[in-house]
Ligand binder design. Structure first.
Ligand code: SF4
Length: 359
């Protein structure tokens, strides 16, 4: 199996290699022992819905081989079709797309053969454009300051992107093409991945496979119900934020470039507290257009119109990321309320209730 398929399992050639290997999903999920692909498939969905990424858990010592990684993708698609969690399909597709985006932008920056072809474990821009039938529709500008994309391909890829800068009225149109920057081309490719992943989801699941995954679906639903803390928080009161969020906010406001999980934790916490975009940008100390774009993108991805949204990570996950000041081995912060809760939102809810009582 080609390692690039494990990193980009939504590629048509990855699907083909699963077909060629003739590995039936039923055989994988109904085996006596839990197959590594099922184990990783469960992790893929859990991480997607809780953390907004499908990367393996950094604290998990296990290493998934190419086969388990590749096969975990069809398993995850089935699992996400079966779990009862608000917005599961949308969150899952966004997490797959965000993870692919991190990987392909890194691959583009460090091409390992310079031949514009897909090598063993990385993908080139040319190969990704070809994957989405965009080779003939995208070309570099003569000036070398970006790209032009045919408007017919631009519209379906940009219509779902919220920022006003994607509307056609704000774009330079010429000869049926739209001018875009390199970063914007990458954003459109991320959207192409998201659309590819969400196509056909939720999928019809045959009874034998549904039965084979009963335990895994229950395990995932248990995890989500644990974090379904509150839908009623609708006040922004920074003085009641838990130490972890306070610290992330201060660091962001000081201009620190937070890691992706840390930024996700901060943005999803603030979005859960119903911060609107302006409040969110202010609390994250955003002062440049590039960072505003990234924070806005994340904010749009952590919530959807139905109100379903990613819960921020639990205390356990925050500690695993090294983002819980109370669990800091070298310099722990003492906080009595932290001893009584297992989720930053529960801390906030509790602190708000106490403040209300004393008023
Ligand atoms: S215990 Fe939980 S709420 Fe308290 S600082 Fe750590 S992660 Fe935040």
């Amino acid at each position: 199996m080609n390692p690039v398929h494990a990193r980009y399992p939504f590629l048509a050639s990855a699907r083909e290699s699963v077909r060629e290997a003739d590995i039936g999903l039923a055989a994988i999920v109904t085996g006596e022992e839990r197959h590594a692909a099922v184990e990783r498939g469960v992790e893929r969905v859990r991480r997607a819905l809780i953390d907004g990424t499908v990367r393996p858990d950094p604290d998990d010592q296990r290493r998934w081989d190419t086969r388990a990684e590749l096969l975990s993708y069809p398993v995850a698609r089935v699992l996400v079709s079966l779990v009862d969690a608000p917005g599961a399909v949308e969150k899952y597709a966004s997490a797959e797309a965000d993870t692919a985006y991190e990987q392909f932008t890194a691959d583009f920056e460090n091409p390992d053969d310079g031949l514009k072809s897909t090598t063993d474990d990385s993908i080139s821009l040319a190969a990704l454009l070809a994957e989405f039938d965009l080779s003939g529709a995208v070309r570099e500008t003569i000036e070398g300051d970006g790209y032009r994309i045919a408007v017919g391909e631009y519209l379906p890829l940009s219509s779902n992107l919220d920022d006003d800068s994607w509307t056609l009225a704000t774009r330079q149109l010429a000869d049926g093409t739209v001018k875009i920057s390199e970063d914007e081309l990458h954003d459109l490719l991320r959207e192409a991945v998201r659309q590819r992943v969400s196509a056909g989801l939720p999928t019809e699941v045959p009874d034998a496979i549904r039965e084979g995954l009963t335990d895994e679906v229950a395990e995932l639903e248990d995890t989500f119900s644990e974090i379904d803390i509150s839908r009623s928080i609708d006040v922004i009161a920074p003085e009641a934020f838990p130490p972890c969020v306070e610290s992330l906010m201060e660091r962001a406001q000081d201009g620190e470039d937070l890691s992706a999980p840390a930024e996700f934790a901060l943005v999803s916490f603030l979005a859960s507290a119903n911060a609107d975009t302006d409040e969110l940008l202010a609390l994250c100390g955003v002062d440049s257009d590039t960072r505003a774009k990234s924070v806005r993108y994340r904010a749009n991805r952590v919530g959807d119109e139905s109100g379903a949204q990613y819960a921020p990570p639990s205390c356990e996950t925050m500690a695993a990321y090294g983002e819980c000041p109370v669990a800091d081995d070298e310099d722990p912060t003492a906080d009595a309320r932290c001893e009584t809760i297992s989720h930053p939102l529960a801390y906030y809810e509790d602190a708000l209730a106490e403040a209300e009582k004393s008023n």
